[in-house]
Design a protein around this ligand. Structure first.
Ligand code: UDX
Length: 431
């Protein structure tokens, strides 16, 4: 078993800490935010991720939390860099925290492997290695080990990964990093550093492309009378296509897809290549979020001023309180700009949304949001909306108009109750 230092107690960092400890390693988690470290020491977890608090607690004797870089960087045989690389105004990634990690590396200690888990532009690993060479840090070798964790299922994604990718220039470094994952039953793919970096971007961009593709098919289905859920099912039965990430809806969001698709476009552009396909993927996604407005107008008339619109679900997907790039933000913003009275409800993302959009009204439950509403848009497919008492909801709404932005509800049942139900690319039922 090894001794690991994990830099950055954010989303990726904490999942890495908990799972590496679960695999039997001793882990030091370092974050400069002393308040966050204090909370973690007391058993708190600063983010919402199912199972994370429990996994940290179960492995607490193998985990140390610290805000002291001097101690942290000297303690591990491996330093995993899990810091944020947010997009800058130009669309490039801000790598200042990666360079800060390089600056903090001990100049004079024994053999050490620096492992980048943060998503960084292709070529960053080469720059870091050049900098290590310039500093004559021969005791430090380098690996890229991208993460493929989905929010809400990150622990399972780590422990039951499809693959572990390790990019390193020497085989010994690659195999030492790969061995850390013993206990995770999946292939370890050894690559060069640049290819490992690219695998992360290409995977996310491909998944985003799949979503934009099926969303365009959905839009054509709406115009032609086909049903996208059946179309996706039929497509997915072809093993070359696969059934996953073919759920049509009102666009993808989150901290990864929008950022990584833009970053890949930028990386290509910076190296002189115009990545045309990604432009379309981005544009389709932006338009998809706004299509709901057109649907509402078809049912309520062009004048949305004063109309009460309920938004069910505000997070970018279920089981997370993360609202980054969520479709709800664009939708709520557009509706507020049209003068509508927008009421939102989410099981756990409401505080985050309130901080961003204080002018929206917030309801204490799904049913409360629907009270007196002229229309309802299901934005995020939280399980509780499937089991909502829709008969009671219909009685309390001013007009029973329901736009299901995730095709999560049973349109036939709801139409039977008396709703005017419309999904995304499903057969349109005008009540
Ligand atoms: C994603 C990647 O899946 C993960 O591998 C990567 O490391 C981080 O980014 P995440 O953003 O947590 O994970 O969520 P994901 O489940 O992939 O969903 C992203 C967005 O796509 C959500 O808004 C979701 O609603 C949307 N989506 C997903 C669809 O609209 N249709 C689908 O079929 C799947």
């Amino acid at each position: 078993m090894s001794r690991l230092t994990v830099i950055g107690a954010g989303y990726v960092g904490l999942v890495t800490v908990a799972c590496m400890a679960e695999l039997g390693h001793d882990v030091i988690a370092m974050d400069l935010d002393a308040e966050k470290v204090g909370l973690l020491r007391e058993g708190g977890v600063p983010i919402y991720e199912p199972g994370l608090a429990e996994l940290i607690a179960a492995n607490r004797e193998r985990i140390e939390f610290t805000s002291d870089p001097g101690h942290a960087y000297r303690a591990g045989e491996f330093t995993f860099v899990c810091v944020d690389t947010p997009p800058t105004y130009s669309g490039d990634a801000d790598l200042s925290r990666i360079w800060q990690a390089v600056d903090n590396l001990p100049s004079d200690e024994g053999e050490h492997i620096l492992v980048t888990k943060s998503t960084v532009p292709v070529g960053t690993g080469a720059l870091v290695q050049a900098e290590l060479a310039r500093r004559r840090y021969r005791h430090i070798s380098y690996a890229s080990n991208p993460e493929f964790l989905r929010e809400g299922t990150a622990i399972a994604d780590f422990m039951h990964a499809d693959r572990v990718v390790v990019g390193a220039n020497d085989p010994e470094t690659a195999s030492r990093v790969g061995r850390l994952y013993q206990g995770v039953d999946c292939p370890v793919l050894s690559t060069d550093v640049a290819s490992a970096e690219m695998i992360k971007y290409a995977s996310n961009a491909f998944l985003a492309t799949k979503i934009s593709f099926i969303n365009e098919i959905a839009n054509v289905c709406e115009a032609t009378g086909a049903d996208v859920t059946v179309v996706a099912q039929g497509m997915g039965m072809d093993h070359r296509i696969g059934p996953h990430f073919l759920q049509a809806g009102i666009g993808y969001g989150g901290s990864c897809f929008p950022k990584d698709v833009s970053a890949l476009k930028q990386i290509a552009g910076n190296s002189g290549y115009h990545f045309q396909l990604l432009n379309a993927v981005i544009e389709v996604n932006e338009l998809q979020k706004r299509r709901v407005i057109g649907k509402l107008k078809r049912h309520l008339g062009d004048e949305l001023r004063g109309k009460r619109i309920a938004l069910l679900g505000l997070s970018f997907k279920p089981n997370t309180d993360d609202i980054r790039q969520a479709s709800s933000i664009v939708l709520a913003g557009r509706l507020l700009a049209e003068g509508a009275d927008v009421v939102g409800y989410d099981p756990i993302a409401m505080e985050n949304m309130r901080a961003l959009l204080p002018t929206m009204t917030y309801a204490s439950s799904g049913l409360a949001a629907l009270q007196g509403a002229d229309a309802c848009v299901l934005v995020t497919e939280w399980a509780e909306f499937s089991t909502l008492d829709w008969e009671q909801a219909k009685r309390s709404m001013a007009r029973p108009i329901l736009i299901d932005g995730r095709n999560a509800l049973d349109g036939a049942v709801l139409t039977g109750i008396g709703f005017t139900y419309e999904g995304v690319g499903t057969r349109v039922k005008l009540g």
